[in-house]
Design a protein around this ligand. Structure first.
Ligand SMILES: [Mg+2]
Length: 230
């Protein structure tokens, strides 16, 4: 896979044509598909853990980061430097996926005034398999731009996307962000960075809106979307 995919900055610095006023941003795991991946960890004290699911993963990483005094949004790289062995290999592939159709049915509806992204906290080496999977489930993956945030907060990446193209009136060309996500931690981060942030308040068009669709698992195979706004 092209090494460009490993750097989200390459994607957001690409020229955005004026008709694009909406960013449609989809998380991957537990948003586009449920996958069976697990993360295996061995801590420097010799203890081991197998983390299945995003909640277990976030809980473990948050606790370990606190214990070690690591402050980064995604602590994986810093914990590795502190001799944590963190095996993310299941997340370089798309393992036993189950499509979440309430989301993918929306994703398929491309429009000329929007641009569609998959934005994942996975590493860049997962983006090829993710695009292959998207193509397999009948979505034209050539219309989807993949971004691996690689430790950056998604809110910070969206701020950079809004700042990327400023129109002659001094406002961003982006008037609407639609964001599909299951993680409350990521949703809280995006709300805090996009809704009221001095870094972008002055470039936000007056009719700007952020619409978040939280993917909520209701029971086996049943998912619903919960709308959240600023
Ligand atoms: Mg997710």
């Amino acid at each position: 896979m092209n090494s460009l995919f490993e750097n989200w900055r390459a994607f957001i610095s690409e020229e955005v044509e004026e008709p694009v006023t909406t960013l449609r941003i989809f998380d991957f795991d537990e948003t586009i598909a449920h996958t069976m991946g697990a993360v295996r960890v061995k801590a420097p004290d010799g203890s081991t853990a197998t983390l299945s699911g995003q909640k277990e993963f976030e809980q473990y990483m948050t606790q370990a980061a606190e214990k070690e005094g690591v402050k980064s949004y995604d602590p994986v790289d810093d914990l590795r430097k502190l001799n944590y062995k963190i095996d993310l290999s299941d997340f370089s592939i798309v393992k036993d996926p189950e499509e979440i159709k309430v989301v993918t049915n929306i994703m398929k509806q491309f429009s000329d005034d929007s641009r569609t992204y998959v934005m994942t906290a996975r590493r860049g080496n997962s983006l090829g398999p993710i695009l292959d999977y998207i193509q397999q489930i009948g979505i034209d993956s050539s219309q989807v731009r993949p971004i691996a945030t690689e430790g950056e907060s998604k809110g910070d990446v969206m701020v950079a996307m809004m700042r990327n193209k400023i129109m002659s009136d001094g406002k961003s060309n982006i008037r609407r962000i639609e964001y599909y996500e299951d993680s409350q931690r990521n949703i809280d981060d995006v709300l805090s960075k996009i809704c009221d942030n001095p870094a972008i308040n002055d470039i936000k068009p007056s009719d700007f809106e952020l619409v978040i669709y939280k993917v909520v698992k209701q029971s086996e195979d049943i998912y619903a979307l919960q709308e959240i706004r600023c």
